[in-house]
Each structure stands twice: as structure tokens, then as C-alpha cells.
Design a protein. Sequence first.
Length: 67
Amino acid sequence: MIEKLNALEKKYEELNTIMADPAVIADKAAYQRHAKAHRDLHEIVEVFAEYKEILNEIEGTKALVCR
């Protein structure tokens, strides 16, 4: 499951790069297609980032407790 989320996050970042390409910006259909894919992944990637942050906070808390 985490591997799939990491792959979706990577695809999201790739879409960021693609959408910044002037050639893609000039091609309205391509830009809209990539923008839709980007928009579809946005919420998933955002929640996954929050999940990873919470895991980091848990690890930090464990380190403090186990001293």
C-alpha cells in the first residue's frame, strides 16, 4: 500500500514538472489532461504527506520517551 502511495506521489511530482513545460502549456488539450490528472491526485498526495508527517512525529515522540 505504501509503495502504491509513493508511486502516486512520484506521479504527482512528475505532473508538476510536465505542467511547467512551456510546450505543454502551449498545448491546451495536453495541459488540461495533465491538470485533471494532477487535480485527481492532489487530495491523495496531501493526505499521504500528512500521514508521513504524523509517522515522523510518532518516531520523535518515541525517541523522547525511550531516553
